[in-house]
Ligand binder design. Sequence first.
Ligand SMILES: *Cc1c(COP(=O)(O)O)cnc(C)c1O
Length: 470
Amino acid sequence: MIYTDTRDSTVRVDFKTAVVNGMNAATGGLYMPVELPKLTSCVLNKTSEPSFREVAYESIKPFVEGEIPERDLQEIIMDAYPFNAHVVPLDPQSYVLELFHGPTCAFKDFGARFMARVMSYFNRGEDQPLHILVATSGDTGSAVGSAFHNVPGLDVTILYPEGRISPLQEKQLSTFTGNVRALRVAGTFDDCQKLVKTAFTDADLRERFRLSSANSINISRLLPQSFYYTYASLVVRHRSPRDNKVDNPAIICVVPSGNFGNLTSGLMAQRMGAPIEGFVAATNSNRTIPDWIATGNYRARPSIATLSNAMDVGAPSNYERMSSMFTLDEIRLNMASYWLDDAGTIEAIRSCHRRTGYIIDPHGAVAWQAWDDIRRGAMSRLADGMAGSPYQPGLTPSLPSWAKRVIDREAIGLILETAHPAKFGDTVCNAVGREPPLPDRLEKVLRLPDCSQPMSASYHSFKDWLINNL
Ligand SMILES: *Cc1c(COP(=O)(O)O)cnc(C)c1O
């Protein structure tokens, strides 16, 4: 597969280059495959439920062809995914796609674990390890740390702002040993990011070490996220004649979004032939994308802190990928959008629990509320010309091509649940009156000793530390 760049379509690189570079430093653009090949009919038209790993393998094959032989690719998939995505029925019109069954209980495990194995694969034969530097405000660091832990040839340093992440998140970051270590920086997330960025542009440092990032814009984190869209849409199509009494459902993926990597992966799966009718982009008060869809003006802005903090992004970097794949009009036909504030998020967790018995986390709750409003009248009011205000929480006034399928009750919502509710125990307890039980793998982490090391926010001391410790 050839990869090009969102800012310069004459760029031509292979998969390895796209993965190792992360982004194109020369243009500031993001890598994209030049085509999204259709999945084979033996994947798409199988008469029984597919297996996740089979879908994963068949989906990724064309993107690494000629660079990773089939046997090695099979091993990478097996090693990356000892866990599954779970499709759980919620009510007759909705399923939850649980993406939290990986080691850190968040969907980022799917992308990070594949990226780690691919980077390790491309680093074989090098005599020096590849040093990954990551600045994190929470979830990304733990997914990356866990994904790279004990992977040969790779070495990870995580920087996080001391006292500014949740105690559970801090435990998840600071208890690694071996090739992964955490620095607790006396400063903000922006300070952490600045240290990492300065290191990447420090010629002296780059001379001494092979440095790389594990950023969410890396194409090797995006492609594997398409696996669970394809898998889950095939599962829902298979089950819905029996479970939902709908033979040919319009499957609508409802995606709690921040940087829009997850949603972009869904758009890729749809292009590759997954039976997905459309999407709902669900955000918290960081509503840059809903505003863009409503008004046609893309206006990035500073982020606002919310209860669904992994979606607190005011300048979503994958906007650039979405708009390289589609025109705004095409996006509007394919994708509805919706936003919800914190008070609405608490109420969403509460009403989801009351009505279905399911305990959903604050990120998934935004998506659940979007779907619940859409199917209970918001879409038909919009079709009747009674649009809400884009300045109030709710559905954005822009009618997707699949609106009629919702109104005719032929649509099924697939709500992506991106984190385990126990990771946000306080918020969930506030809404439903009790804390969800902690999964064993999180409980274990709480008992491990903290191995983080202190770091000042000055570049000089960070650089000294790298030179003495890498
Ligand atoms: C990162 C994250 C998101 C947002 O995903 P994007 O790909 O940035 O849109 C949503 N929920 C959780 C729990 C996350 O960790």
